[in-house]
Every structure is written in C-alpha cells, then in structure tokens.
Write a protein that binds this ligand. Structure first.
Ligand code: GLP
Length: 246
C-alpha cells in the first residue's frame, strides 16, 4: 500500500486527479469506479479543469459508481446520480450511456443488484476504483459488520451514517434508510484502488482501516489485503498514522 501525505485538501485533490488522469491517458477506454461524498469534489473540479484545457479525453471511459440511495429518483438533488451529473459528468465529454449508478427507483432490489453485477462483469471489471471512507470505516455503503464476500447488495444504513449524511438533507428524517452498494468483494476485484480522505474526523477511521486488524467491523481494513492501493490524505486525516509512515 502506498500512502501519500498531502499538505491540504487542494493538494490531495490535485494528486488524486493526477492518478485518475494517468489512468485515462494510459487506457482511454478504461473503467473507472467512482465515488460520491464531499471528499472527491475537489478532485472532480480539478479533472474538469484539465478536461477544459484539453488535457484529458473521457469520450471512451466507462464509469461505475459505488452506491446509491434506495428510493431516490435520479433527478432528486440528493441522489448520487444527480451528484455525479452535476459535479462531474455534465462538465466533461463522457458518454452518459456509459455512466452507471444503481437504479434507486426500481422496486425490485434483487433486480437492481443482479443488473449492477452484470454491468460490472460485462465491462470487464474495474481498472481504478476511487473510494472515500466513512467516519465508521465504511467504504461505499458497506457498513461495519458487512461480510467481505458480498457483491452489490442493499444495506440498512448505520445510524452514524444517516446522521453524518443528514448534513446534505433538509432534515434527518429525509435521509433514506437504505442504499445499494457495490460489495467489498466487487471493490477488491478492482485492479487498482485509490482512497482519498481529508479532515481530522477521518483520522481514526484511517488508522483503524490501514493499521488495525482486518475485520468486517472496519470495512476499510480489507484494503490491506489488496495489492495496489494508494491512500492520499491531507495531514489531518493522516494525523494518527504519521508516526507509522515516516
Ligand atoms: C458516504 C458514501 C461513501 C463516502 C463516505 C464519506 O456515506 N456512501 O461512498 O465515501 O460516506 O463521505 P464524505 O466524503 O462526504 O466524508
């Protein structure tokens, strides 16, 4: 595992954007596993800037997002489809037909999961998977206790995740209680993984995930078993592991 310490959020975003753009330049028809959340917004902005300068071409890229709230329509401004469109896809030349996010409105949850697994298999797997990390160590929406062998599945969100994500909703009650997420098995099958983290509230999760025991209690800890993981964090997020990496 490679750990890169960034001075601040801007530097973290630029470094992460560099790895994504290197992937796209090396393999223009690559499959990117993408993530939502506040952490990667700066990275998406940087990629948009480089795209506008003519430095990156997304026209052949396929994207597969990690997760989506169950029950939210794509045009709901809290859905992850809406997030991806407004923060990234609408500003670059990716073909929207090749951008995938689980279908939040389909009533049959098993169908959503089956279809999503098939999309991932049909496109030949993920070349580079981007991940943020939850304050409880979750990746995607794989909450503590999730079996490592799961593929795409529907989850009941942890109380702490509902509370953490309520900052984006008008009230706590409006936060969906369930979500679809790529499973840990799916994430681990990606050829490369890039984790981004910033802010001191992530410091404990980063320490537990990258230097603690590998346990379903800390979903991110499974990443220690992957052979090509890069963690880019700002000094605050890495504050509890600086001793271990210097
Ligand atoms: C959310 C998402 C994750 C994200 C994480 C951290 O619940 N499902 O994919 O990585 O929480 O979000 P943030 O970057 O806003 O801290």
């Amino acid at each position: 595992m490679k750990i890169v310490v960034a001075e601040d959020y801007n530097q973290m975003s630029r470094m992460a954007a560099n790895l994504i753009s290197a992937q796209v330049i090396m393999k223009p028809n690559c499959v990117l596993g993408l993530a939502t959340g506040s952490t990667p917004i700066g990275m998406y902005n940087q990629l948009i800037e480089w795209y506008k300068k003519g430095d990156i071409d997304f026209s052949q890229v396929t994207s597969i997002n990690l997760d989506e709230y169950r029950g939210l329509a794509p045009d709901n401004d809290q859905s992850y489809r809406y997030f991806m469109d407004t923060h990234f896809f609408n500003h670059i030349n990716i073909d929207k037909k090749r951008t995938h996010v689980p279908d939040g409105l389909e009533p049959d949850a098993n169908k959503v999961c089956r279809d999503y697994n098939k999309i991932i298999t049909d496109c030949g797997g993920i070349d580079l998977q981007l991940l943020g990390i939850g304050i409880n160590g979750h990746i995607g929406f794989n909450e503590p206790g999730t079996a490592f062998e799961k593929e795409t599945h529907v989850v009941d969100l942890a109380e702490s995740t509902i509370r953490a994500n309520s900052r984006f909703f008008a009230s706590l009650d409006e936060v969906p209680k369930q979500a679809y997420t790529m499973g840990i098995k799916t994430i681990m099958q990606a050829k490369k993984i890039l984790v981004v983290a910033n802010g001191k509230e992530k410091a404990q999760a980063i320490k537990d995930a990258f230097f603690g025991p590998i346990l379903p209690k800390v979903p991110g800890s499974v990443l220690q078993l992957h052979n090509d993981v890069t963690l880019i964090g700002d000094k605050e997020a890495l504050s509890l592991i600086l001793d271990e990496i210097e």
